[in-house]
Design a protein around this ligand. Structure first.
Ligand SMILES: CC(C)(COP(=O)(O)OP(=O)(O)OC[C@H]1O[C@@H](n2cnc3c(N)ncnc32)[C@H](O)[C@@H]1OP(=O)(O)O)[C@@H](O)C(=O)NCCC(=O)NCCS
Length: 219
């Protein structure tokens, strides 16, 4: 097992907005599906980004039930038909996420390599964020490089803003100079999340996902 990186400061030392001093992250090329944990930003809680894993299945399932069984969870990498209700199915899904980050994996033509993290606090699953290093036609139009979702009970605590900001150095480490982050035109919370992280609105086209706000964040 890889040793954990040291945690930063105490919980009382700052807020979710204080992310500028987060230490440099290791390159994305190294396996992110190890036991490594990103040092967290002290806040009302101690959020961390960790690799998807089977240990937090109960907490993940509780979050899934908050979203609703049929609801799409942005940034989670969950497909219709994924059998997360059985231990074996859950493990298979986690493994698929791991493989999707591995450049040696042969992906379907419609898929791109992606890295997934779970946003957790004290081993409670709070949400997910993913980073796609390349943009196919669909992603350029309507999907973007980064997707995220926060479980309903953990929203409005600054987690999405924190997680997006925490992943930007990972995108830079991939060699990207900017990332495309999109949201539905009516999704005020996501638009604010993006704008708070320096997103500059490019346009608001009508896409297959509806009216879509397309932002670029320079890295
Ligand atoms: C969008 C989402 C990720 C925001 O997560 P969050 O952790 O609640 O967001 P934060 O607490 O970091 O808040 C980010 C900003 O949105 C604002 N915000 C959050 N929820 C809001 C709401 N319901 N209405 C208006 N503004 C809201 C916050 O005030 C903050 O803006 P500010 O910095 O100007 O104050 C979350 O609502 C979610 O998971 N929604 C469903 C999935 C989704 O839409 N994902 C994004 C796909 S593009």
């Amino acid at each position: 097992m890889r040793p954990l990186l040291p945690r930063r400061q105490s919980r009382s030392a700052g807020s979710l907005h204080e992310v500028d001093s987060v230490p440099a992250l290791r390159p994305i090329s190294a396996s992110i599906f190890s036991t490594w944990r990103r040092p967290a930003v002290p806040s009302i809680g101690m959020p961390e980004l960790i690799s998807p894993n089977t240990q937090l299945r109960d907490s993940w399932l509780a979050a899934r039930d908050e979203w609703g069984r049929e609801t799409h969870q942005d940034g989670a990498g969950l497909n219709v038909g994924d059998d997360v209700d059985t231990a074996a199915g859950f493990a298979a899904w986690v493994e698929r996420l791991r493989l999707q980050s591995d450049p040696s994996t042969l992906l379907e033509e419609s898929r791109v390599y992606a890295n997934y993290w779970w946003i957790v606090d004290n081993d409670e699953y709070l949400g997910a964020i993913c980073l796609r290093g390349t943009l196919n036609n669909f992603l350029l139009r309507a999907g973007g490089n980064i997707g995220y979702g926060i479980r309903p009970s953990a929203r409005r605590r600054g987690l999405a803003k924190w997680a997006l900001r925490a992943v930007l150095p990972e995108a830079r480490a991939l060699g990207l100079g900017r990332v495309l982050v999109v949201c539905e035109d009516a999704n005020i919370a996501s638009a604010r999340t993006i704008e708070s992280n320096g997103g500059v609105l490019e346009d608001v086209p009508l896409t297959e996902l509806g009216r879509t706000r397309r932002y670029w964040i320079a890295l």
